[in-house]
Structure formats: structure tokens, C-alpha cells
Design a protein around this ligand. Structure first.
Ligand SMILES: Cc1cc2nc3c(=O)[nH]c(=O)nc-3n(C[C@H](O)[C@H](O)[C@H](O)COP(=O)(O)O)c2cc1C
Length: 174
């Protein structure tokens, strides 16, 4: 199972728009896929019991069982917020049981920004967090700067499409 995670809960984010196009391309190349947008995170993610095994709210356990447990490879698409990846994405990572959700799995990272850096630093930060949890990160990190110019309604501009296809082939073979 390859799961694409759209890494912000900001409504109508460009990350979500980019993720949906990316996911359409993934579905054409691979049959077992899931899509999870942090915009659909339940409010229980803020509950103080989230860290305690045996006390985690049902809504969190459901995400862990249905999304994270069956996933072998993640594709994280996430925006640059204040020079890094969004706090809500770190919170989601923190409320999972890392042995069930992450250990021994693989991940590809795509950084999104309207600015010039394409979230390079945020990708390094998330790669370090993933490595800490024994996740193998695909060396091809894909920075998307000026994201607003890189897509139309349902498609990427040509150069971005080539880069995405290249990264997709690599994570499928990884
Ligand atoms: C809280 C917040 C912090 C941001 N910080 C940065 C930043 O440090 N550098 C940058 O290039 N863009 C920054 N942006 C702009 C995002 O790159 C821009 O909103 C882009 O569309 C991706 O975010 P989105 O998926 O929420 O739309 C920030 C946006 C928000 C909402």
C-alpha cells in the first residue's frame, strides 16, 4: 500500500490541490493506494489522552489502523510554514504508535511553497524525523517552489509533471 498524505489542515490549501493531482498520477501507476488529507483530521487529535497507549481516542486509533498500519510507503506532500513542515503534521506523527505506523517503512517527500525555497529546509527536517523513526527516506527530495505557477485545474505544468513521474517511479521501485 502506498499512501499519499497531504500535510496541512488549512482549508483549500495549494498543497491539497497539488496532492490530488499527484495522487491521480499515482493511481495510474500503482493499484494499492490511499489518500489522506490532514484537512479531515478529527478534533480528537488535540485530546490530552492521545499519547497514552490504551487511552487513545477511537478516532485516532481508526486513522492508525486504517491508514498507517497497512501503509508500506508514504508520499508526504507538505507546505513550508515558517521555514519548516507544518506543526499539524508533526502532531499527527506524534499521536501514532511509531512501531505500528512507521518503523521499517519508506517515504518520499515533496516540499511545497509559494516562495523560492520549495520547502527544502522543511524536507530536511521531516527527513530527520522520519530517520529517527526508522523510516527509509527516498533520496530524491522534490522541492516545488512557486507552486501557484506549477499547476492548472487538474494537471501539472510539463516540467513539474516530468519530475513527479520520475519521483513516482523511484518510490514505487524503492
Ligand atoms: C502559517 C504559514 C506560514 C508560511 N510560511 C512560509 C514560509 O516560511 N516560506 C514560504 O515560502 N511560504 C510560506 N507560507 C506560504 C505557503 O508556502 C503558501 O501558503 C503555499 O500556498 C503552501 O501552503 P498551503 O498549502 O497552505 O497553500 C506560509 C503559509 C502559512 C499559512
Amino acid at each position: 500500500m502506498i499512501t499519499l498524505i497531504s500535510g496541512t489542515n488549512r482549508p483549500n490549501s495549494l498543497t491539497s490541490k497539488f496532492s490530488k493531482i499527484y495522487y491521480g498520477m499515482l493511481q495510474k501507476q500503482y493499484s494499492a493506494t490511499k489518500y489522506f488529507d490532514l484537512e479531515s483530521l478529527p478534533v480528537e487529535v488535540l485530546h490530552t489522552d492521545v499519547y497514552e497507549k490504551g487511552k487513545k481516542p477511537d478516532a485516532i486509533l481508526e486513522i492508525q489502523q486504517e491508514i498507517f498500519l497497512p501503509t508500506e510507503k508514504f508520499i508526504f506532500v507538505f507546505p513550508e510554514y515558517n521555514g519548516s513542515f507544518p506543526g499539524i503534521l508533526k502532531l499527527l506523527i506524534d499521536v501514532m504508535d511509531s512501531r505500528i505506523a512507521f518503523s521499517g517503512k519508506k517515504a518520499a517527500l515533496i516540499g511545497i511553497s509559494t516562495g523560492r525555497a520549495g520547502n527544502l529546509r522543511g524536507m530536511d527536517h521531516l527527513a530527520a524525523v522520519m530517520n529517527h523513526m526508522n523510516v527509509h527516506v527516498l533520496p530524491f527530495l522534490l522541492p516545488i517552489s512557486g507552486v501557484q505557477h506549477e499547476m492548472d485545474q487538474n494537471t501539472f505544468k510539463e516540467t513539474t509533471e516530468k519530475l513527479v513521474n520520475n519521483q513516482l517511479s523511484q518510490i514505487i521501485a524503492f
